[in-house]
Design a protein around this ligand. Structure first.
Ligand code: MN
Length: 444
C-alpha cells in the first residue's frame, strides 16, 4: 500500500535547501522541493537523449557516471530506467519507484549532502541543454474539462444552446494525434484547411485565418491498466506520473466547419506543444485543494466521485499565456500577458478523467498524454484562448505596439507559464512552453 499522492513528506519540507545555489533563489521554478523529470542533451551535440532532473538553472544528468552506485533498491532501478532516451520505462515502474527516486534525489541534492562534490560534474546548465518530448506518447486524449471555456465557446458556436446537456455528466474528450506533439520551441507553418467563408454556399481550401492557442495542462500517464480493466477513481492518481504545460494550437475556422458530428480533427492535429519538464503528482501534494461541485449542478455518478476527490481532488496550478509578436521582438519589447487562470477551477479533476477514460475497459499505457482542455476561469481575463478573449474575433485586442489581434499572426510566439504557491510551502514552477507561428507553407 503506497501513500496517497496528496501526502506531504520530507521531500516537501520548506526548510530544505540545495547545494545548487540557483535552486534556493526566491521564485525559482525548480527548487529542491520540485524535482521535475525530462529528457535532454547538450545543445547541438550528437549525444543520446537521457533523463534529467531540473534543479535551479541546472539539469542533473541522470545518465551521468557520477550517479552510478549511489542509489539502492527501487531508487536504483528507477534511476537506471531514466538513462533511456524516453521516460516510458521509468513511468511504467509505478509510483513507489517514482517516489523512491524522488527521495534519493532530494537527499543527493540537499545542501548538506555528502554527494555534492561528486555530483557537481553531472550538472548541465539548462541554457546549454536541448530537450525532447519526455515520453514516446502512444495515445493522446484531449478533454474539455473547464466549464467556463465550454460555456463561452458553446455560446459562440451555438448562441441558443451553449452547454450541451451531457456536459455536467460526462467528461467530454476526443482522441487526438500523438505524432504532432513536440517539445517547447516548436515552430510550425500556419495550417491549411477546409473552411466555409461567411455567406458562402461552398467551402474552400485556405490557410487558416483564425489560428488560436489553448492554455492547457498535460497529464502523463505512468503505470497503465490492462485492456478490459477499469481504473477506479480511488486509485486513479496512482496511474498519473505528472503534469506539464500544453498548448493545443487550434484552427478555429477549420474547427467550426468540420467539428460536427464527430468533434475536432484537422483543426487540432497539425501541432501540439508541451513543456519539457514533467512535475510529478508527488511534488504537487502541497497544492491540492478540495474538488467541489455547485449544489445546483448534478453531482457526479458514483464511479466519478469519492471522499478523496472531495477532500483534495483539485490541483491549484496557476496558468498564464503571453504573446510576443514579431514587432515586439524587433523593438525589444517584452511579451504581453493575455490570459491567466488556475487549474483549480477545472470542472473535472485528473482522477475523474482517468476513471472515466478507463470505465469501458480502455487501456491507458505508460507515456500516454491527456490534455485538460482549455483552462478558463469564471472572469473574462481568465479566458484561456483568443476565441474567448476576442469573442470569436468580434472584439480585437490592442497590444502595446499598437498592433491589434483577433487571432494569431505569422511570427507570433505564444508562451505559457505555470506555477504553484501555498502558504507554508516553497513555490514550484512548471517552467514554460513556447511555440511560434510561421507563414503558411505552400505544400503543393
Ligand atoms: Mn484542446
Amino acid at each position: 500500500m503506497t501513500a496517497p499522492m496528496t501526502a506531504i513528506n520530507a521531500t516537501h519540507d520548506p526548510s530544505l535547501k540545495s547545494w545548487v545555489g540557483s535552486a534556493n533563489r526566491a521564485g525559482a521554478d525548480f527548487p529542491i522541493q520540485n524535482l521535475p523529470f525530462g529528457v535532454f542533451r547538450r545543445s547541438g551535440s550528437a549525444e543520446a537523449y537521457r533523463g534529467g532532473v531540473a534543479i535551479g538553472d541546472q539539469v542533473l544528468d541522470l545518465g551521468a557516471t557520477e550517479l552510478s552506485g549511489l542509489a539502492a533498491g527501487s531508487a536504483a532501478e528507477a534511476l537506471a530506467a531514466c538513462t533511456a532516451p524516453t521516460l516510458n520505462a521509468f513511468m511504467a515502474l509505478g509510483n513507489a519507484a517514482w517516489s523512491a527516486l524522488r527521495r534519493f534525489l532530494s537527499d543527493a541534492l540537499r545542501a548538506d549532502s555528502t554527494f555534492a562534490s561528486r555530483l557537481r560534474p553531472a550538472l548541465v546548465p539548462q541554457k546549454a541543454a536541448e530537450y525532447a518530448v519526455a515520453a514516446r506518447i502512444g495515445d493522446y486524449t484531449d478533454f474539455y474539462a473547464s466549464i467556463h471555456h465550454a460555456t463561452t465557446v458553446g455560446r459562440l458556436f451555438r448562441p441558443d444552446n451553449p452547454l450541451l446537456p451531457n456536459y455536467k455528466w460526462v467528461p467530454i474528450g476526443y482522441h487526438g494525434r500523438a505524432s504532432s506533439i513536440r517539445v517547447s520551441g516548436q515552430e510550425f507553418p500556419r495550417p491549411y484547411g477546409q473552411v466555409m467563408p461567411k455567406g458562402a454556399d461552398r467551402p474552400e481550401l485556405s490557410a487558416s485565418q483564425r489560428l488560436d492557442y489553448e492554455l492547457e495542462v498535460g497529464v502523463f500517464i505512468g503505470a497503465g491498466n490492462t485492456l478490459g480493466s477499469r481504473v477506479p477513481i480511488g486509485t486513479a492518481e496512482e496511474h498519473v506520473f505528472g503534469v506539464c504545460l500544453l498548448n493545443d494550437w487550434s484552427a478555429r475556422d477549420v474547427q467550426a466547419w468540420e467539428y460536427q458530428p464527430l468533434g475536432p480533427f484537422l483543426a487540432k492535429n497539425f501541432a501540439t506543444t508541451i513543456s519539457p519538464w514533467i512535475v510529478t503528482l508527488e511534488a504537487l501534494a502541497p497544492f491540492r485543494a478540495p474538488w467541489t461541485r455547485p449544489a445546483s449542478d448534478p453531482q457526479p455518478l458514483p464511479y466519478l466521485d469519492s471522499a478523496e476527490l472531495r477532500a483534495a481532488g483539485a490541483i491549484d496550478i496557476q496558468l498564464e499565456a503571453w504573446l510576443e509578436t514579431g514587432r515586439m521582438r524587433a523593438q525589444g519589447r517584452a511579451a504581453e500577458r493575455l490570459s491567466h487562470s488556475t487549474f483549480r477551477d477545472s470542472y473535472w479533476s485528473v482522477s475523474q478523467l482517468v476513471a472515466h477514460h478507463t470505465v469501458n475497459g480502455c487501456n491507458l499505457e505508460a507515456g500516454d498524454l491527456l490534455g485538460s482542455g482549455t483552462q478558463s476561469g469564471p472572469l473574462p481575463e481568465e479566458a484561456g484562448s483568443l476565441l474567448e478573449i476576442t469573442e470569436g474575433g468580434k472584439r480585437p485586442i490592442t497590444l502595446g505596439t499598437g498592433e491589434t489581434r483577433t487571432f494569431l499572426a505569422d511570427g507570433d510566439r505564444v508562451v505559457f507559464r505555470g506555477w504553484c504557491e501555498s502558504p507554508g510551502y516553497v513555490r514550484i514552477g512548471l517552467g514554460e512552453v513556447t511555440g511560434t507561428v510561421l507563414p503558411a507553407a505552400d505544400t503543393g
